[in-house]
Design a protein around this ligand. Structure first.
Ligand SMILES: [Zn+2]
Length: 108
């Protein structure tokens, strides 16, 4: 396990879909690697904020097709840290957040 692999698997780990072996390898790496632990904490924090935002959006009963636009506007108001901004630059992460948001909205 190296930091690149660890970072690549973080979203799946948080979502709980990582296979057991990879999960254990990732947890072992996180224990020995403070930078990856910090990234993990930031990603979780960001996920929590977006979940809260999604619930607020849901309450207003807006149509799904405008949710992406709203999410973008909401994200600008999140006061996210520079590290989180760099994470958001990853299209892979943005795609994952979209998937996560849709899951949240359909599960409410
Ligand atoms: Zn690492």
């Amino acid at each position: 396990m190296n930091c690149q692999k660890c970072t690549d698997m973080l979203t799946e780990y948080i979502e709980g879909i990582l296979p057991k072996e990879q999960r254990q390898a990732l947890e072992a790496h996180l224990e020995t690697c403070p930078p990856c632990r910090a990234e993990m904490a930031q990603l979780k924090d960001l996920t929590d904020r977006l979940t809260t935002n999604a619930k607020q959006i849901r309450k207003t009963s807006l149509e799904n097709k405008v949710i992406n636009q709203i999410l973008q506007k909401q994200s600008l108001k999140l006061k996210i840290s520079p590290a989180q901004k760099s994470l958001l630059k990853s299209m892979r992460l943005l795609n994952w957040l979209n998937v996560l948001l849709k899951k949240i909205l359909t599960s409410l």
